[in-house]
Design a protein around this ligand. Structure first.
Ligand code: PHE
Length: 485
C-alpha cells in the first residue's frame, strides 16, 4: 500500500473542484442527457432526474469523498483499509470493471467529437446541410471511428501518465470555465431563435401525454443518467478523494460539484431543444423525431445551431475544442481509477531458480528460489490499460455499423455497455457505497471526515447517516425494480 506521506495530492482547492467537476462534466451532460431526455419525452425525465440527483446522486458523491479520503488508496484498497479482514474489496474490483467498460464506449463517442472538430477546422461542417446524413455516415464508418478512438485513448493516456498534479489538475482548471462560458453563449443564441419557446416548454413543462408514453422506463433512465453524469458509483470520485488534503470541506465540494454538473446538463438541454424545435421542418412531429434521434441527436442539432451564427466556422471550432476537452477530463478520471489500482496493487513475481545456495534465499525445503517482485510504473500501467480499452473500443465501433452482428440481447455492444454500466452497475455501486458508509464505516470516521474544524451540526450528521443507511439504498432499489418491471 502507498502510505499517505508518499501519496500524491491535488495542489489547490480550486484544482479539486475543477478535477471533480471535470470528471463529472462531459459527454454525459452534453451528449447523453439530451438524448435520454428526448427518448423519454422531455420534462418528465428532467424532473425525475433532478430528484435522483438530490436524493441519491449528491449524497453518494459525498459518501465516495468520505471513503476515499479516509481510506487513502485506490478504489479496492479503500475497503480493506477501512474494514480490514473483510471481503469488501471485491466491490472495488466490480467498480474497476465498470470503469473499463464505460471507457469502451465513451472513447468512441469522444472520437466522434474529434471527427467533428476536424470537419470544423477544415470548414466542411459550416458548408454542409444534411447533418443527419453526416452522422449516419460516421456511424457506419468503423475505420474512422477506430482511428479517432485510438487518438483519444492515447491523448488520455499521455495526460494520466504525467500524474495527478501536473496532468489532471492543470488541464481541468483551464478548461472548465471556458466550457461554461461557451455554453451560456450558445444557450442565449438558441433561445433567441424564432420558435424556440416550444423547445423550452418541451424541456421544462411536464406533459402528461409524453409522460404516459415514456412509461416506467423513465425511472431507470433518469437514475442511470444521474449516476453516469455525476461519475458516481464506480470508485472514480473515491480515487480522486484519496488525493484530497485534510482541509478540504467534503460536503461543500460535493455540493458544488453536483450543482455544476447539473447546471451544465440543463444548459445543454436549453441549447439543444429550442434549436431542434426552431429549426425543425415539422415542429408538430418533433417529439417523435427527437425520440428517433438516438445517440445522433446532439451531433445533428449542434452543427445546425452553430450554422445559424455569423462566423459559423469559428464558433464550431471553439465548441468542438471545448467538447473534446470536457470529454478528456472525464476519460482521464476513468483511466485514473484503473491506473491507481494497477500501480498500487499489481505485482509480478518472477521466480528465478538459482544454482548456488545462498543463505538469504534458502527455503525450508532446501530449494533455493530467488524471487524478484516487480511493480508496474505509472506509464507502463497506463499503456497496458489503454491497449485493453482500444480493443473494446474497436468492438464497439464495429457494432455500430448497420446490420452488424455484434449484438448482445438485441443491442449493439456499444448500446449494451452503456446500458449495463449506467443503468445497472453504477446504481448498484451506489447502493453498495451508501450501505458501506452508513453501516460499516466507523461512525467517528464518518463524523471526522464530514467536519474540518470540528464544527458539524449534529442534525445534519443524523439526517445524512439516515439517508445513507435507508433512504438512498431503498430508493435506488425501488427505482430499479419499478423501472425494469
Ligand atoms: N460523468 C462523465 C460524463 O458525464 C462520465 C463518467 C462516468 C466519468 C463515470 C467518470 C466516471 O461525461
Amino acid at each position: 500500500m502507498t502510505d499517505s506521506t508518499t501519496r500524491a495530492t491535488f495542489g489547490t482547492k480550486l484544482g479539486i473542484i475543477a478535477a471533480t467537476a471535470g470528471s463529472a462534466v462531459g459527454l454525459g451532460n452534453i451528449w447523453r442527457f439530451p438524448s435520454q431526455t428526448a427518448q423519454d419525452g422531455g420534462a418528465i425525465f428532467v424532473f425525475v432526474y433532478l430528484a435522483c440527483v438530490a436524493f441519491f446522486g449528491a449524497p453518494i458523491v459525498l459518501a465516495e469523498f468520505i471513503l476515499g479520503r479516509a481510506g487513502k488508496a485506490n478504489s479496492a484498497r479503500v475497503y480493506s483499509n477501512l474494514a480490514p479482514r473483510k471481503k469488501f474489496h471485491y466491490f472495488g474490483y466490480f467498480a474497476i470493471t465498470a470503469a473499463f467498460l464505460i471507457m469502451g464506449f465513451y472513447m468512441v463517442v469522444a472520437g466522434w467529437t474529434l471527427e467533428y472538430l476536424e470537419l470544423s477546422l477544415t470548414g466542411e461542417l459550416a458548408r454542409m446541410n444534411d447533418f443527419a446524413a453526416l452522422f449516419d455516415a460516421l456511424r457506419n464508418d468503423a475505420g474512422t471511428q477506430i482511428k479517432w478512438t485510438v487518438v483519444f485513448v492515447l491523448a488520455t493516456a499521455g495526460i494520466v501518465a504525467f500524474g495527478v498534479k501536473k496532468g489532471i489538475e492543470l488541464a481541468s482548471k483551464l478548461m472548465m470555465p471556458l466550457l461554461f462560458l461557451m455554453l451560456i453563449a450558445l444557450c442565449v443564441r438558441a433561445v433567441t431563435l424564432p420558435g424556440a419557446g416550444d423547445g423550452l416548454a418541451y424541456l421544462f413543462a411536464p406533459n402528461l401525454e409524453n409522460a404516459r408514453s415514456a412509461g416506467p422506463r423513465v425511472l431507470t433512465d433518469a437514475l442511470g443518467q444521474c449516476f453516469f453524469s455525476l461519475s458516481v458509483g464506480m470508485g472514480c470520485l473515491m480515487t480522486y478523494a484519496s488525493y484530497f488534503g485534510k482541509d478540504v470541506r467534503l460536503a461543500k465540494t460535493a455540493g458544488t460539484m453536483a450543482s455544476l454538473d447539473t447546471s451544465v446538463a440543463l444548459l445543454a438541454g436549453v441549447m439543444i431543444f429550442p434549436t431542434a424545435f426552431a429549426l425543425a421542418a415539422q415542429p408538430e412531429t418533433m417529439t417523435e423525431t427527437l425520440k428517433a434521434g438516438g445517440p445522433g441527436l446532439v451531433f445533428v442539432t449542434i452543427p445546425q445551431l452553430l450554422q445559424s451564427l455569423p462566423g459559423a466556422q469559428i464558433w464550431s471550432v471553439f465548441f468542438f475544442v471545448l467538447l473534446v476537452l470536457a470529454s478528456l477530463t472525464s476519460t482521464i478520471s476513468l483511466l485514473e481509477v484503473i491506473t491507481a489500482f494497477v500501480q498500487e496493487e499489481v505485482r509480478v513475481t518472477i521466480p528465478k531458480p538459482v544454482v548456488r545456495l545462498s543463505k538469504k534465499v534458502r527455503r525450508g525445503d532446501g530449494n533455493a528460489v530467488l524471487r524478484q517482485e516487480y511493480r508496474f510504473s505509472r506509464p507502463f500501467s497506463v499503456l497496458v490499460i489503454s491497449a485493453g480499452v482500444i480493443a473494446l473500443g474497436v468492438l464497439c465501433s464495429f457494432s455500430l455499423v448497420e446490420n452488424s452482428s455484434l449484438k448482445i440481447f438485441g443491442m449493439s455492444i456499444f448500446e449494451f455497455l452503456d446500458f449495463l454500466t449506467a443503468k445497472l452497475m453504477m446504481p448498484i455501486g451506489g447502493i453498495f457505497i451508501s450501505l458501506f458508509a452508513g453501516w460499516q464505516l466507523d461512525k467517528k470516521i464518518l463524523a471526522a471526515e464530514l467536519t474540518v474544524a470540528g464544527t458539524l451540526s449534529l442534525r445534519f450528521f443524523k439526517v445524512y447517516r439516515f439517508l445513507l443507511r435507508y433512504v438512498a439504498p431503498a430508493g435506488i432499489c425501488a427505482v430499479l425494480v419499478c423501472g425494469f418491471l
